[in-house]
Ligand binder design. Sequence first.
Ligand SMILES: Cc1ncc(COP(=O)(O)O)c(C=O)c1O
Length: 415
Amino acid sequence: MTTPVTRDDAIAMDQGDPLSHKRDEFFLPDGVIYLCGNSLGPMPKHALSKIQTSLTEDWAKGLVTSWNTAGWFMMTDTLGDRVAKLLGANAGELVVSDATGLNIYKTLHAAISMRPGRKTIVCETASFPTDLYMIEGVTSLLSDMNVVLEGRDADNIEDLFTDDTAVVLLNQVDYRSGEIRDIKGLTAKAHAAGALVISDVCHSAGAIPVNLHEENVDFAVGCTYKYLNGGPGSPAFAYVARRHHGKFSQPLTGWHGHAEPFKFELNYRPGAGARALLSGTQPALAQVAVSAGLDIFEDVSMEALYAKGKKLSTVFADLIEHNCSAYGISFYSPKDVNKRNGQVSLTHEHGYAIMQALIARKVMGDFRQPDVLRFGIAPLYLRYVDLWDAANHLHDILRTEEWKEERFAVKKMVT
Ligand SMILES: Cc1ncc(COP(=O)(O)O)c(C=O)c1O
């Protein structure tokens, strides 16, 4: 076991942190240690003025002309190009739109349309549930498709790749544990079997360096409200590699995905590139918030952020291992920091109550069934001393059994 750093060490690490100035770009309430950026990123300060301008100038004064003059109509693409750059893709390959789940639905259909005759979808039982639910939705219409799952039908997902596999849906990072999958390696194996790959990057976009081209995935989907700090319910994104442009179809053929929406033609013709994945009108104000979140990434490299994220994660994990193991806490995340996206997940029989006690002390993480405490570690705004203090609070709550207070057992809707 490594000796954990002292609080003074953590303060010194903050003083030497070349990214420390980025914290000032966010609203973070006094005293809050925010370890929930893997669920909802905090608000970028300049989102306020950007959205205010959209309200008082673009909506109030520009009215309907703002679809043109404020660029609202094409924000699916302009934001998409910026997300593409962050994820190692090119302009025209990605659109910001809809929810991740909807984009999964569309890309599953798109991939299946490109592999006629193949009747199997491969996924993981550990996948985020909406991915599995969307597969159910797809197979309820395409009733001749089969679903096989890692964790149910085989231990290793690659053992499920056959010449009947149309599409493999992978989560690049496990939402519960933060574990990173070898997307590049798995994609090569899926391709060798003739299948296509959709990568769900919800927990990797903005957390680890993602390179969609290098990974060679066919489609990708992800959200902007976690590590990209786009705001509650902000629109998600969908990527399709250029080699597949014009070669797929998807069922939600709304007018925004039409080649010429303002021709109001009788029949659907798909738009160019990733635009063929669009469906309907998007929430412009929420898109403006996404742009504020993306601005913050303009002057930092994902490599530098990830390097800091690993150091933050190590400070926290070492302290937990050293101080909390005696109280029934176990690691759920991989112990090797290179195998997780920064997130540290722990298990404890009374995980829910322990998390509520932490939140009462303004240490915000979250809880996932059945017993997982999740701590998201976002290097844009977290300080080393925050991780030190958070681990200290957890130790204190366990040592004093503060979590046994009745109020911490009350179950909330969102955990
Ligand atoms: C890995 C993953 N996929 C999909 C989703 C669902 O996203 P949405 O609500 O945008 O459909 C989430 C939400 O947290 C997620 O973590």
